[in-house]
Ligand binder design. Structure first.
Ligand code: C2E
Ligand code: CA
Ligand code: CA
Length: 515
């Protein structure tokens, strides 16, 4: 904007800087526009006398303005560029996204988070090759991605091996086509320290509405998509609201757990276990319950896995053990010599102190070691030479019974079991559920029962819901039965009644009643 004589211009002739000191007469200004499109000011020349401003003068002022904006951006950029790739970082993504959202509120776009090399593999490569080749790899991947998105989107380096960008497409199909093209380009081998490496490719994709989704929302959503893509072992996955809700609910549960324990929102219930031959109750499994003040009853199937990913089991398990052992002690005091099973998770046993603490709790209540059984889920962590393996051995030596829970639900292997002092195999509910539908389920269950018997393990079927399942298991020689057919988990008082009735010779459900 050039005003050769401010006094002759309607817009400025009464401006205070013109009518009073410094009595300006001339103005020329070039706007300073940042890369994100925001005008942050002007580079201007003023004088107290009228001037001519030639085309060459204009060009020079524009050049000066560009130099200034370049310097400003450079200064801004420090701390906003990822040093490895030289690409703007997450901080810059936030700034640019916010600016874009302000200018184009309501616009629908797609956000993508690309992972070019999963972290465990990156760490492995780092150990083998050193960090430099790894950085070279990441830099090359970054360059590839930038080239692939040239003219389409700006790339941001938002995590060690992760890049984000925003694009505008009219359909999800176009978005998916681009992701597929990126995958093809990105996974071609790259040389790093003379070793050809193949970058991995995973992407999380989500639709965002500028002005509605904050930059934090965007990063969170694409991360959810990315993790979904890891889990599904698929090159990309869309953000899922269901997963988002689940994650947030999980977070809420974890955040509320300790308060819940203090406020008595947790309690134990007991599900009886019956001898298969005559359906007499023999013991019971202690199961945790939580009535959340706002969410209502929450299943341990939901909250236990969440707690296991935090340090919360360190608080929850001692609470469960105290509650269960207190109950056992109270029953004993009243002349009822019951035995209970408690569920422990991998983390509970992976401490060198696990057995000591349990022993202390039993001693404190003068309880014998054989009044409890520990249920643990099978898994690779359960090797004889692991910390957990040693804790289990110590417990078994003292007379505590050990049961393998959820047997047959996934990774099932009698091989490693023989190294551990296991008493009982609990066949997973999924095996029992399938007895009537899956033709392979019956031979599987039969084989497990027979093999377990030969190896000296007691077998328990859990989740037995129908008489047909019960009769099949009885016929195969399964030792014990647990399931809704015989009893749901019940309160301590109700459990006593189950046992009292059995002692009276009025078994809760004689097999003839069930048939
Ligand atoms: P689990 O140890 O496999 O426990 C069996 C689950 O199946 C229990 O669910 C029980 O209520 C349910 N169930 C038993 N019979 C039937 C049946 O016939 N039909 C159906 N549909 N379900 C049946 P629950 O109490 O919801 O517990 C879920 C899981 O949470 C447990 O699976 C266990 O892994 C975990 N859990 C529960 N309490 C504790 C605890 O105190 N500590 C630890 N570490 N985990 C616990
Ligand atoms: Ca169990
Ligand atoms: Ca189970």
């Amino acid at each position: 904007m050039v005003i050769p004589d401010l006094l002759a211009d309607e817009r400025f002739k009464s401006n205070p800087l013109v009518v009073a000191s410094p009595h300006l007469r001339f103005y020329a200004g070039a706007p300073l526009v940042a890369k994100n499109g925001v005008a942050i000011g002007a580079m201007c020349i003023m004088d107290t006398r009228v001037r001519e401003f030639s085309e060459a003068d204009r060009a020079q002022l524009s050049t000066l303005a560009q130099l200034v904006i370049g310097q400003l951006e450079l200064r801004n950029m420090s701390g906003r560029l990822e040093p490895v790739s030289g690409i703007p970082n997450r901080h810059q993504f936030q700034i640019d996204y916010d600016a874009l959202a302000q200018r184009h509120s309501g616009r629908r776009m797609f956000a993508v988070l690309v992972d070019v090399f999963d972290i465990p593999r990156a760490n492995e490569a780092g150990q083998a090759l050193g960090m430099r080749p790894l950085e070279v790899l990441i830099r090359r991947a970054a360059v590839r991605l930038k080239l692939a998105l040239e003219g389409l989107a700006d790339v941001y380096h938002v995590g060690v091996t992760r890049f984000a960008f925003l694009v505008e497409f009219s359909s999800a199909a176009e978005m998916e086509a681009l992701v597929d093209e990126l995958r093809q380009r990105m996974t071609r081998p790259l040389m790093a320290a003379a070793v050809p490496m193949s970058p991995r490719f995973h992407a999380g994709v989500c639709a965002v509405t500028l002005g509605e989704d904050t930059s934090d929302d965007v990063i969170r959503k694409v991360l959810i998509g990315l993790h979904q893509s890891f889990e599904a072992r698929h090159p990309f996955a869309w953000y899922s609201e269901q997963r988002d809700t689940k994650m947030r609910r999980g977070y809420r549960l974890a955040a509320d757990a300790e308060r819940g324990l203090r406020k008595d929102e947790f309690y134990m219930v007991y599900q009886p276990r019956y001898r298969a031959s005559d359906l007499q109750p023999v013991s019971a499994e202690a199961l945790l319950r939580w009535t959340h003040p706002r969410l209502g009853p929450v299943s341990p199937g939901e909250f236990i896995p969440v707690f296991e990913r935090t340090a919360l089991m360190q608080t929850v398990t001692p609470w469960v053990l105290d509650a269960t052992l207190d109950q056992l002690a109270a029953w004993r005091g009243a002349g009822h010599f019951l035995a209970l099973s408690v569920n422990l998770s991998g983390a509970d046993l992976s401490s060198e102190d696990a057995w000591n603490r349990l022993r202390g709790k039993l001693h404190a209540r003068s309880l014998p070691f054989d009044c409890i059984e520990i249920e643990i889920t099978e898994g690779e962590w359960l090797r004889a030479d692991s910390v957990a393996g040693r804790q289990i051995k110590a417990m078994a030596e003292a007379g505590i019974k050990i049961a393998i829970d959820d047997f047959g639900s996934g990774y099932s292997n009698f091989g490693y079991l023989s190294d551990l002092p296991i008493d009982t195999i609990k066949m997973d509910k999924s095996l029992i559920d399938n007895l009537e539908t899956d033709p392979k389920a019956k031979p599987k269950v039969t084989a497990i029962i027979n093999l377990a018997r030969e190896l000296g393990y007691r077998t328990v079927a859990e989740g037995v819901e129908t008489p047909a399942q019960l009769h099949f298991l009885q016929a195969q020689g399964c030792d014990q039965i647990q399931g809704y057919l015989l009893s749901k988990p019940v309160s301590a008082e109700a459990l006593l009644k189950v046992f009292d009735r059995a002692l009276d010779g009025r078994g809760p459900q004689a097999s003839s009643e069930i048939a």
